[in-house]
Design a protein around this ligand. Structure first.
Ligand SMILES: Nc1ncnc2c1ncn2[C@@H]1O[C@H](COP(=O)(O)OP(=O)(O)O)[C@@H](O)[C@H]1O
Ligand SMILES: [Mg+2]
Length: 257
């Protein structure tokens, strides 16, 4: 097998004295969609921030395309081809949709390519084209999530980190957004690392999955096999009791250690 595009080894990340990530290792194969699942507070956001350079790990390495990037400036990581779509869809509320998208492309020096990609994101999310001249702050939550993903795409990344794109959206919108995530992966060859509480949706979208609990990976397998594990469904993902719709929060789980 070829080298993974991303290899994270034994990272430990702290908030002051508190260790939030307690020795986490995982890999992402080039061209794949990988998910990290976990309850609220498990450490998903902290893992993504550590990978993209927003936070520095105390220990461990993050290797992206064969190069160590831990403790690198996030702007530099982005220039290497990794775009981070943060939790809570941070758009620039007072700029228009189009201006937000242009901001996503600020590192690029190929205006023709930027124009092409603008058309491409308008193809994925036609509503953004309709609202191109509106202020981003006037968009609905779902539209802001679309804009946040699109802005990251405007950098023409090799890899995207997505932090809970489903949070707070209706089941229909969640499905639409996940369909587009799959298309971005298949059509544009963008490798995707997706963190989610919405286990059902993520397990149906990703190729490989890790389960994170209190700062540690407690399970790793193909999503096909993770979907089959009754114990995950019952004790961890809370799918069995609550039906299979897929937007609920996780119920409190058993300890796996
Ligand atoms: N700014 C912060 N200061 C102190 N602790 C934090 C901060 N942000 C997150 N934490 C703690 O770190 C742990 C992991 O948080 P986070 O990565 O946000 O989890 P998740 O994204 O899975 O919900 C939690 O225990 C959380 O309370
Ligand atoms: Mg989070």
């Amino acid at each position: 097998m070829s080298e993974p595009i991303l290899k994270v080894s034994n990272i430990e990340t702290y908030y002051g004295p508190i260790m939030a990530i307690r020795g986490v290792s995982f890999e992402v194969a080039e061209g794949s969609i990988v998910t990290i699942l976990g309850a609220n507070g498990a450490g998903k956001t902290t893992v993504l921030k550590t990978v993209s350079g927003v936070m520095d790990p105390q220990k461990g390495t993050v290797v992206f395309q064969g190069r160590e990037i831990q403790r690198m400036d996030p702007d530099k990581v982005m220039r290497l081809g990794m775009s981070h779509v943060p939790e809570g869809r941070e758009v620039f509320p007072f700029l228009s949709v189009r201006e937000n998208l242009r901001m996503g492309a600020y590192i690029r020096k190929d205006p023709d390519g930027v124009a092409q990609d603008l058309e491409a994101v308008f193809g994925y999310f036609p509503v953004l084209k309709e609202r191109a001249d509106q202020r981003a702050g006037s968009l609905s939550g779902g539209e802001q999530q679309m804009l946040s993903i699109s802005r990251a795409l405007m950098a023409r990344p090799k890899m995207m980190l997505l932090d809970e794109p489903s949070l707070g959206l209706s089941p229909k919108l969640v499905k639409d957004i996940f369909d587009i995530i799959v298309r971005i992966n298949r059509e544009r060859g963008v490798t995707i690392l997706l963190v989610e509480q919405n286990a059902n949706m993520a397990l149906n979208t990703a190729d490989y999955g890790y389960v994170l609990e209190v700062g540690r990976i407690v399970m790793a397998d193909t999503c096909a096999r993770l979907r089959e594990k009754e114990d995950i469904k019952e004790f961890y993902l809370g799918i069995k009791e609550e039906g299979a719709r897929g937007t609920r929060r996780w119920k409190k789980k058993k300890t796996w250690r």
